[in-house]
Write a protein that binds this ligand. Structure first.
Ligand code: AVI
Length: 322
């Protein structure tokens, strides 16, 4: 166990409790609930299903880029790095790096879900018995420090932030995250960052409005979660998933829309929804390379390499600490 940063809770503090965030988010205008609450056990399973959808090109495209380019990434990083993953989940993409990186000093997966971390670390330990794995159960967006690893304290750090998760942060949050990552990775640090590229709005629209309705189920699971955990009385038939690309803002916007006037009880309070009224649940920002540089430079990084697929759908970027 790592001094100071034990893996202890099954769900680390997310700042707000779900109940407090829901009550506050539905009491203000425009109504909004933070996207992190989409990922309970059901939401995480639905997101895994999204990643397999024919319309959702992001996951398979990034995996192909990482598989093809892992040796180049490893050559840039050099031997003996500590690998730090921000929001590690099931660490599927990490294996592509671990298989190419030379003499990894330690792997530090950071994730808010202790259950995910424990299960993933157990599987990785079985497959990489010589690798030091030091899981940290925390919110990676505002982690104050990394664990002190006496065996590899001098090792340079390589951060890993795949999946275009950067896109779910608004620009201020993305900058704050990158600044903190830069501080944690320290001098000589580098970051491998996966980001979805700007592209044909029709293709983006399809990726967030799949024909099987899995993305809609993922969104509406937020209401089902309120019913399960907060004793809410949402009728899921009375609401719809709405997702569209906003080209001026360069982002997919996702809302839950009320289909009729209705009143819902949540945690002992009553909320009224007009017909057509929306609750914002997610943004998914899309980055071109200039957008990425505009974010990297003020955070203390320079982008030294970018790999994309032949269709230029997705980018994997190598940032070096300046
Ligand atoms: C996790 N994240 C990168 C996904 C995205 O594409 O923004 C979340 C998602 N929401 C609906 N579909 C996928």
């Amino acid at each position: 166990m790592v001094p100071g940063l034990p893996l202890k809770n099954t769900q680390a503090s997310t700042g707000d409790t779900f109940e407090a965030a829901v009550l506050a988010g539905l009491s203000r205008r425009p109504r909004a609930i933070p996207a992190k609450f989409l990922y309970d056990a059901q939401g995480s399973a639905l997101f895994d299903a999204i990643c397999e959808l024919p319309e959702y090109y992001l996951t398979r495209t990034e995996i192909t880029i990482l598989r093809d380019r892992a040796p180049e990434i490893a050559a840039l990083a050099g031997p003996g790095r500590q690998l730090i993953e921000f929001g590690s989940g099931s660490s599927v993409k990490t294996r592509l790096l671990l298989d190419s990186l030379e003499a990894v000093a330690a792997y530090v997966p950071i994730d808010i879900s202790g259950e995910h971390l424990e299960a993933t670390s157990r599987r990785l330990r079985a497959d990489y018995p010589a690798l030091a794995i030091v899981p940290v159960c925390a919110d990676y967006t505002d982690l104050p420090m990394l664990p002190w690893l006496p065996g590899s304290s001098g090792a340079a750090k390589l951060g890993f932030f795949p999946g275009s998760t950067i896109g779910n942060l608004d620009p201020d949050e993305a900058l704050a995250f990158l600044r903190n990552a830069r501080r944690l990775l320290g001098p000589g640090g580098a970051l491998v960052l996966g980001a979805d590229l700007k592209k044909d709005p029709g293709m983006l629209h399809a990726a967030y409005n799949d024909s099987a309705g899995v993305t809609a189920a993922f969104s509406l699971n937020l209401l089902a979660r309120m019913n399960r955990e907060l004793g809410a009385s949402f009728d899921l038939e009375g609401f719809a998933h709405e997702a569209f690309y906003n080209p001026a803002a360069g982002r997919i916007e996702i809302y839950i829309r009320s289909l009729r006037p209705q009143s819902v009880r949540i945690a002992g309070q009553r909320f009224f929804f007009d017909a057509g009224e929306r609750v914002h649940t997610e943004y998914s920002y899309k980055y071109d390379l200039a957008d990425m540089d505009a974010l990297a430079v003020p955070a203390g990084f320079v982008r030294t390499q970018t790999w994309t697929d032949p269709g230029r759908l997705f980018s994997v970027n190598y940032f070096v600490a300046t």
